[in-house]
Design a binder for this molecule. Structure first.
Ligand code: AMP
Length: 382
């Protein structure tokens, strides 16, 4: 089965053409083509809208498909609100529901809806599936998702913790449980998705019971360019006393903060390199980021009733032994002990990096969101 995986941003469209075997697993060559269309809607770019972007994608795919028809398309959608607790087959009603949720993710959901409409027009017979970043976290109990604001802020405006990166947390949870030989339904873990965006999720009985991102992906951990947790009064203070408006604050907290704000570099590799050559700002950034993360692991260890695993994934989580070491060094109070050599070793696939005496196994589990989306699409479309 050929599945086209689509990730529509506000001005970009990323795609991957994947082949799945009859049982839904990866074909021997799983990725037949991939690409990115940028500057959609930017004057002079030659790509006025998502329909034009798809035209470009279709041309780029022609060779890879070799004349075969694409069986289904799977779309990553950032926000599914409370309506979508699982992936869904696309209908007009589903597209309208995604648009109604646009106030929750202004840049993303509108683009996704446009991408969906353009797809339906271009390939009317191709089944389409939407996979939401939020839906995995809809199992959180109210005590975890509710903010301590007056109740009507939630009931009238939908303001609550939603959480993101759900497809990745879900996939990695399943793989980690399998690696440890624990039935997923009984699995308790803290999963750390550390990429340019980063989030921690508390897993109890195999499902999400808390997560560090909140109403938006700004909350929680120190990220590449996002601040993570802040005292919200910082925002009102900067508005009242230092002339910031909402737009500027949005940019400040989402694009100029995190590692970039602290160390002058958003990329973890560069921050580590600078720290190794004695850059004090880079060292400080690593301290702030690893301290924050360790605090979340401690909190979530409590939330899940004693984790059976701590799991690292995504760009930094999978590849950055020095950053993992900095976090794990702070978890001694939980009885965590890692094997320095295993931590440094490059191993493909899920593997353990903790020492045999560690009170909690520590795993590195590679994520692949496109693969997960392709598989979920296969399940709904076959
Ligand atoms: P992602 O968003 O999952 O693609 O992750 C991007 C982040 O992973 C960036 O901060 C990269 O610097 C980081 N990253 C990727 N490879 C490495 C590596 N070998 N060592 C340290 N960080 C890495």
């Amino acid at each position: 089965m050929l599945v086209l995986v689509i990730n529509s941003g506000s001005s970009s469209l990323k795609y991957q053409l994947r082949e799945l075997a009859d049982d839904g697993t990866d074909a021997p060559v799983p990725v037949l083509a991939q690409g990115l269309v940028e500057r959609i809607g930017v004057p002079g770019s030659g790509v006025p809208d998502h329909a034009a972007a798809l035209e470009q994608v279709e041309a780029e795919l022609a060779e890879a498909t070799g004349g075969r028809t694409i069986d289904a398309a799977g779309h990553r959608v950032v926000h599914g609100g409370e309506r979508f607790t699982a992936p869904a087959r696309v209908t007009n009603e589903v597209i309208r529901a995604i648009e109604r949720l646009a106030p929750l993710a202004p840049l993303h959901n509108h683009a996704a809806a446009q991408g969906l409409r353009a797809m339906a027009e271009r390939w009317p017979d191709m089944p389409q599936v939407v996979v939401f970043d939020t839906s995995f976290h809809q199992t959180m109990p109210r005590e975890a998702w509710q903010y301590a604001l007056p109740d009507e802020v939630y009931t009238e405006h939908g303001i609550r913790r939603y959480g993101f990166h759900g497809t990745s947390h879900d996939l990695v949870t399943g793989l980690a449980a399998e690696h440890l030989g624990i039935p997923r339904g009984e699995f308790r873990a803290v999963v750390l998705h550390l990429g340019n965006g980063a989030s921690a999720t508390a897993i109890r009985d195999g499902v999400s019971v808390d997560t560090s991102m909140g109403y938006t992906p700004l909350a929680g951990l120190v990220m590449g360019t996002r601040s993570g947790d802040l005292d919200p009064s910082v925002v009102t203070h900067l508005m009242r006393n230092h002339g910031y408006d909402a737009e500027e604050l949005d940019t400040l907290m989402n694009r100029r903060s995190g590692l970039l704000g602290l160390a002058g570099e958003a990329d973890m590799r560069q921050v580590l390199e600078n720290a190794a050559s004695g850059d004090g700002r880079a060292r400080n950034a690593l301290d702030v980021a690893s301290y924050r993360l360790a605090k979340y692991v401690g909190g979530y260890h409590v939330a899940v009733g004693g984790a059976q695993a701590i799991v690292f994934t995504a760009g930094i989580g999978e590849n950055s032994a020095p950053f993992r070491a900095r976090v794990l060094d702070r978890l001694e109070a939980l009885g965590v002990a890692y094997d320095a050599e295993a931590n440094r070793a490059r191993v493909a696939g899920p593997h353990t990096i903790s020492a045999p005496e560690s009170a909690i196994p520590v795993l590195v589990v590679p994520t692949d969101e496109e693969q997960a989306i392709a598989r979920l699409t296969w399940e709904l479309a076959r």
